[in-house]
Write a protein that binds this ligand. Structure first.
Ligand SMILES: [Fe+2]
Length: 436
């Protein structure tokens, strides 16, 4: 009897230990804004170097110098220290109340070979950087993280992205969380430079980029000056919406904070852009914007409804495979959806505004979970989209678990072009595109 009692006690103890081990993941607290030291540099030394795609086989190199007369040329080549080409660029600067920006340089280099490492130097000064151009064909990998900010968690997210083998970074809005404090744009530029100088960062704007002051400062003044994207190269008249093509993927960056109704410039541009898409050349169609349309988190609930009402019919008719959004500081992945419910010919929507900003996580969800919501979790992290070929892509989400990247959600996504959905949609798309 006594032996039985001892065994029972041991068993109970063991069970309670295993229950402790299997306790739920406890989400970490938000981390404070990093205090990045201001490193005085030679006034002509390049700072905040980042690169972005700038049309077929071209790359835009952007950097800042304190010296207003520093030149805007970039020397580059495929061997370290041997620059066989050079290109002259343009520059801008802006004032924001008592703040005066440095000289912001934008220089387009190319034509460049695909999948090739280039070494480059900005304005004949400072260290040598290196970048890798994206591949010409599948497979291609995108790293995705929105709402980054500049906290300890941002650093962790960036470190995890740095460990992954990727070709392009996609950022669906809310970059620096400068929030009117303009020097924070400078510290953000320095924080992301190690990654953003090596792989193209393709960004679209969020609410934290607005920073307008009525009668004094226009919206997106700092963002547009610093993060120039290939809008001219894609036939757009605004840096707030544009498109680019890479290795069989047509990516459209839309603006949640500019007009989007059927009579707006953005909508007209989008129609023109879609009419140029050749799904034989780019079988995958991916769209990014900041405010999610399908969001079952309490945070920012319903904020995307206006844009969704205006734009979802075109999104559906165009056969968009995937939407990536931010704004909500959590992660959510939907089924293929359209008109508020699951639809086998609809679009997969992913909210990934969990880069690690100072505002912390959005932890409250609507209950019950809508039928279209397949996975939702309030944790910091980043996504990886590996488009393997014209029909299959592997999506994974990596939670920042105790500073380790842990793959917490993953799914194979098949392209709409391989589904037979597009044939039915073509008529509808032509009808919308032909409407003046
Ligand atoms: Fe936001």
């Amino acid at each position: 009897m006594e032996t039985k009692l001892i065994l029972l006690t041991v068993l109970t103890a063991l069970l309670s230990i295993s229950a402790t081990v299997r306790t739920e993941y406890i989400r970490p607290q938000p981390r404070k804004t990093l205090h990045l030291p201001w490193n005085p540099k030679h006034p002509s030394q390049p700072q905040q170097v980042h690169i972005s795609l700038a049309g077929e086989k071209h790359m835009r190199i952007s950097w800042v110098t304190d010296n207003k007369s520093a030149p805007s040329f970039v020397e580059y080549g495929t061997s370290p220290g041997r620059y066989t080409s050079s290109a002259e660029g343009e520059s801008t600067s802006y004032s924001y109340l008592f703040y005066n920006s440095g000289k912001i340089h934008h220089t387009v280099i190319g034509p460049l070979e695909h999948g090739t490492v280039y070494f480059y130097r900005c304005g004949g000064q400072g260290p040598e950087f290196q970048l890798k151009t994206p591949p010409a064909q599948f497979p291609v990998t995108f790293a995705v993280a929105g709402d980054l900010g500049q906290t300890g968690w941002t650093k962790t997210t960036l470190d995890h992205i740095d460990q992954c083998k990727y070709d392009i970074h996609l950022l669906p809005g809310d970059l620096s969380y400068a929030d009117y404090m303009q020097h924070r744009w400078d510290t953000f530029g320095e924080l992301v430079q190690p990654l953003a100088s090596a792989r193209p960062w393709m960004v679209t704007e969020g609410n934290h980029e607005k920073e307008n002051i009525p009668l004094l400062i226009n919206a997106f003044e700092s963002y547009n000056a610093r993060w120039k994207m290939p809008f001219e190269e894609s036939g757009s008249t605004s840096n707030l919406y544009y498109s680019f093509e890479v290795a069989g993927v047509h990516v459209i960056m839309l603006g949640s904070y500019t007009d989007y109704d059927e009579l707006s410039d953005q909508y007209s541009w989008w129609k023109a852009d879609l009419s140029k898409v050749d799904r034989k050349k780019t079988p995958w169609l991916v769209v990014l914007f900041h405010v999610p349309w399908y969001n079952s988190n309490n945070a920012h609930q319903g904020e995307g409804n206006g844009m969704m009402a205006a734009m979802e019919p075109l999104l559906y008719a165009a056969g968009v495979d995937l939407v990536l959004a931010g704004h909500v500081h959590a992660y959510e992945r939907t089924n293929r959806v359209n008109k508020g419910k699951s639809d086998p010919c609809g679009t997969v929507h992913i909210t990934i505004g969990d880069g690690g900003n100072k505002e912390g996580l959005a932890q409250k969800y609507l209950h019950p979970q809508p039928e279209w919501s397949l996975f939702r979790e309030a944790s910091f992290g980043h996504g990886e989209l590996n488009i393997v070929n014209s029909t299959h892509a592997f999506w994974s989400w990596h939670r920042n678990d105790d500073d380790e990247p842990v793959r917490s959600d993953q799914v194979w996504i098949t392209s709409l072009i391989s589904s037979g959905c597009l044939a039915e949609k073509n008529y509808e798309l032509r009808k919308i595109l032909m409407t003046p």
